[in-house]
Structures are given as C-alpha cells and as structure tokens.
Design a protein around this ligand. Structure first.
Ligand SMILES: Cc1cc2nc3c(=O)[nH]c(=O)nc-3n(C[C@H](O)[C@H](O)[C@H](O)COP(=O)(O)O)c2cc1C
Length: 350
C-alpha cells in the first residue's frame, strides 16, 4: 500500500516539501494526547524481549530514528508512537541558521538512497530546549545531536559546541557530538584527534555536570580511513565517552554534492562497526547506522556488536510503520533463536 502511495504520489513531489509536510503532521499528532497514546499503544515496542539498557538509559527496543529527520525536536513523541525505540533529534546548533540553498535533498529511488546537503537548518539550541521541556504524554527516549554553527570559525568551534551543550545536555537522555556531517565546511576536520580531544573534553565537562550526568557519544563519518576510526575509538575510551555512533552519510559517490545515505552505505557502515567492535569490545556502546533497511540488517548489526541501531533513509522507502514492523519481526527472531532477550544477541558474531 505504502509502495503505491510512494511511487504514484509522494515521489512526484519535491523531497523536502514531503519531509516538511510529514514533520508538520507528526507535530500535530504530538499535540493530540489521546490519539498519540492510541498510536503508542498500537505501534511502540512493548515486548519485554526487546528491552535494552545502554549507558544507564532504558530503551523499549534497540531500533531508533537517526538524526536529521526531527532537526528541531518538534515531534519526537509522535515518532516514538510510530514504533521507534528512541529518537535522535538535531543536529541542533547553538545559533539558529537557515541551512544551504534549495534544492538540497534528492531521492535516488532506484538505489533506495538519498543525497542531502541540508547544512544543519535548525532554529537553534534555545528554541529546541523550549520544545524539549514540553510534557510528552508518552514515554520516549530522546538523544540530542549537536553541531557547529556555520558562521562560527573553526578556531571557536569548542565554545560553540559548549554553548549548545549547556542548553541541551540537561534535557537529553544522551548527547551526541556530531563532527561528521559533510555539509558544514570544515566540520569533518574536527574528527582529527588533535582537534577532537579538546572538543570532546570540553563538552564532556558540561554533560558530566548535569543532575543525572548525561551520557556522551560521538558520531563519525564512514569516509574516515581505518586508522582514523581506530584513533577516534582509542580517544573515546581514553576520555571515558559512553559510545560511538557510526556512521553519518558518505561523500564517496558520483552524484549531486552532499552526503549519500541508504542502501549504498550499508557495506561500509557495517565494516566500520566491525572495526570498532574489534577495537573497543564492550567498553563503549556502539550505535550502528547507515543503510539499514529491514530486520535482517538490524539483526546483523546487533550480532556484530551494536547495542542500538538507527535508520533514516529506510523510513522514506519503508513507510510510516517501518520501525514498528522491524521491532515486531525482531521480537520473533529473538525467540526463534531461543534467546530470552535481544541483549543476548549483541556481539555474538563479533
Ligand atoms: C535528509 C538527511 C538529513 C540528515 N541530517 C543529519 C543531521 O542533521 N545530523 C546527523 O548527525 N546526521 C544527519 N543525517 C545522517 C543520518 O543520521 C544517518 O547517519 C545517515 O543517513 C545514514 O543512515 P541511513 O542510511 O539509515 O539514512 C541526515 C540524513 C539524511 C538522509
């Protein structure tokens, strides 16, 4: 049914226009308490075998929505009500900014992929904080992903991230330092250990000072050389970070300028996960993202050592109840393997 709606209607419209309409619809749903609770009861993961605890936070299921969809923290409760086990909002920057000129979002339907060069369009940390303080009505785990404001020079990047972290860390179930989006000039240079060390140290100080100590993760690019993946992993362990999110979009493609996500990213994303697991074992929580399309992909990432898995592009092609379906099938798979919890699958083939 969704496939028909997608091919006959949605794909004929500009991708960003469809995205905006979807976020608006979900923001409306988020403000309708009764309907939101009904959806939550019907579609959110409730099966106890799916429960996962990572860095002290309880997740109803291991599969969540990756950053970039709910950039302004406008509708996380509605997204959770559709079946995602957590929602990573953002990327949010300390200051509001419009992002790059349009068009900046392109579907590659044949490849089940997307290219985007959005450029962190968002209304800034203060506005997001106001939304995150609203009562939610249904339980939802919210990660907050922060990035650098475009006009801030690289030399002032640390202070800019710290400003965002101060506003948002107290309101986040976990905080993510994003140094891997390709659409803010110079951002990915911050992945170099000499620059990453002072940045993560400063943000961690802020995250550690919140009343509940907010867990801190770093999100990396798939285009890092293997040795650089190792170096970031070592640094994350050394600084006492809680985890790594791998990966963001790739710039290794021949299409429009921007980051590629979806099916073509699957192989490299899995490769980075395997490398990280071999390097850090279970000393860090690994969150795997990139090209996840179905329950087989989620299962494979769990077995390879991811505690949490995320997806975004697969939702565009899989339809509104994509995550609910994956969680339902995952619960069945866990039982079929004679396991009593999905956590028993984590790292089995690592
Ligand atoms: C339209 C779009 C916008 C995105 N924006 C962000 C962002 O703001 N911050 C971020 O960390 N990742 C962002 N991402 C990357 C996703 O979070 C994810 O890492 C990547 O798309 C790979 O997962 P996927 O193949 O399941 O989409 C974006 C992805 C897409 C498709």
């Amino acid at each position: 049914m969704y496939r028909l709606v997608f091919t006959q209607v949605l794909r004929r419209f500009d991708a960003e226009a469809v995205h905006r309409l979807t976020v608006t619809g979900l923001a409306v749903l988020a403000r309708l308490p009764l309907l939101k609770r009904l959806f939550h009861r019907a579609f959110a993961p409730h099966d106890p075998v799916l429960r996962v605890t990572a860095f002290g936070v309880h997740f109803p299921g291991p599969f969540g929505l990756a950053a970039g969809f709910d950039k302004d923290a406008a509708c996380a409760e509605a997204i959770a009500a559709l079946g995602f086990g957590h929602v990573e909002v953002g990327t949010i920057t300390a200051h509001a900014q419009p992002g790059n000129p349009r068009p900046r979002l392109f579907r590659l339907v044949g490849q089940r992929a997307v290219i985007n060069r959005m450029g962190f369009n968002n209304s800034g940390a203060r506005a997001a904080a106001r939304r995150l303080r609203r009562t939610r009505g249904v339980p939802v785990v919210v990660g907050v992903n922060i990035g650098k404001t475009k006009v801030v020079p690289e030399s002032e990047a640390v202070a800019d991230y710290v400003a965002g972290a101060r506003e948002l860390a107290p309101l986040a179930d976990y905080l993510v330092v994003n140094v891997s989006s390709p659409n803010t000039p110079g951002l990915r240079n911050l992945q170099a250990v000499e620059l990453l060390r002072p940045l993560l140290t400063a943000v961690k100080e802020v995250a550690d000072a919140t009343p509940r100590r907010t867990p801190l993760l770093v999100k990396i690019a798939p285009d890092l050389a293997d040795e650089d993946v190792d170096a970031v992993a070592d640094l994350a362990v050394e600084l006492g970070l809680d985890g790594i999110i791998a990966t963001n979009t790739t710039i290794r493609h021949g299409g429009e300028t921007g980051g590629l996500s979806g099916r073509p990213l699957k192989g490299r994303s899995l490769e980075v996960l395997r490398r990280l697991r071999a390097k850090v074992g279970d000393r860090l929580t690994l969150v795997s993202v990139g090209g996840v399309e179905d329950v087989d992909d989620v299962w494979e990432r769990l077995l390879a050592g991811a505690t949490l898995v995320q997806g975004y592009t697969g939702w565009i092609y899989g339809g509104p109840l994509w995550a609910a379906r994956i969680h339902r099938q995952l619960a069945r798979r866990v039982r079929r393997h004679g396991l009593s919890s999905v956590t028993e699958a984590i790292g089995r083939t690592a």
